[in-house]
Design a protein around this ligand. Structure first.
Ligand code: PLP
Length: 227
């Protein structure tokens, strides 16, 4: 009988791949942070990853993150939670309370809601602007055309809390040109953080300068069906 690799093995494999990709790109492995995307997986799986040394996690729904993370964080104060999914303005307050980083700022109305929530709560997470580099109508993210002015406005408004950019390339295309575009936009605006690359393409993203890679399936296995 073949037993599937345990989570710690898969995590070690991903870390080794990150190291190899950084080495090939002549970058320091310390400049690439692994965000373990635990969406749809139970808190027990997150706990397993924590025991294997992982500290940065990504969730795409505020509700799910709120159900899983406060208890884990109470035990592990050094955990970091990134919210990576499309965010409704009515969830802004809870998101600002929960997240260390929100990677999916993608429209003026959400910027308004986050600023208002931050004022009310007295805490502002780090922020990334999600860019819809493929201009796909069904996708989250600010359009390429509107990205530059939106980035400038957010910079003025959020200052150094605006850290960088995030993208999810179209599933059916070579991701490299999308990663390269995101890097050049971040360079233009002097933003240091580039969140790009998922299970299927994080080595290619690291080759293009990713500083955050968001990896779910390669660590946690296939996602259970959404409930
Ligand atoms: C689910 C998700 C990921 C992880 O995807 P995998 O293919 O499972 O690695 C990364 N980024 C975002 C925004 C996601 O929603």
């Amino acid at each position: 009988m073949v037993t599937p690799p345990v989570l710690a093995d898969r995590l070690a494999h991903v870390r080794a791949q990150i190291e190899a990709a950084a080495l090939t790109a002549q970058r320091s492995v310390n400049d690439v942070t692994l965000v373990a995307v635990s969406k749809f997986h139970p808190a027990s799986s997150v706990q397993e990853a924590i025991e294997a040394g992982q500290r940065v996690f990504g969730e795409n729904r505020v509700q799910e993150a709120a159900a899983k993370f406060p208890a884990l964080r109470a035990q592990h104060p050094d955990l970091r939670l990134h919210l990576i999914g499309g965010l409704q303005t009515n969830k802004a307050k809870e998101a600002v309370q929960l997240a260390d980083m929100i990677e999916s700022l993608d429209r003026p109305a959400l910027a308004d809601a986050l600023a208002k929530a931050a004022d009310a709560i007295g805490r502002l997470p780090e922020l990334l602007i999600e860019v819809n580099t493929g201009d796909e109508s069904q996708k989250f993210g600010i359009s390429k055309e509107n990205a530059d002015p939106f980035i400038r406005t957010c910079r003025q408004r959020f200052g150094a809390s605006l850290k960088g950019l995030m993208c999810i390339p179209p599933a059916d295309q070579d991701p490299t040109p999308h990663f390269a575009l995101l890097r050049s936009m971040a360079q233009t605006h002097g933003l240091p953080v580039l969140s790009m690359g998922m299970s299927a393409d994080y080595p290619a993203a690291i080759a293009q300068g990713a500083t955050l890679v968001r990896v779910g399936t390669a660590i946690f296995g296939p996602r259970p069906a959404a409930s």
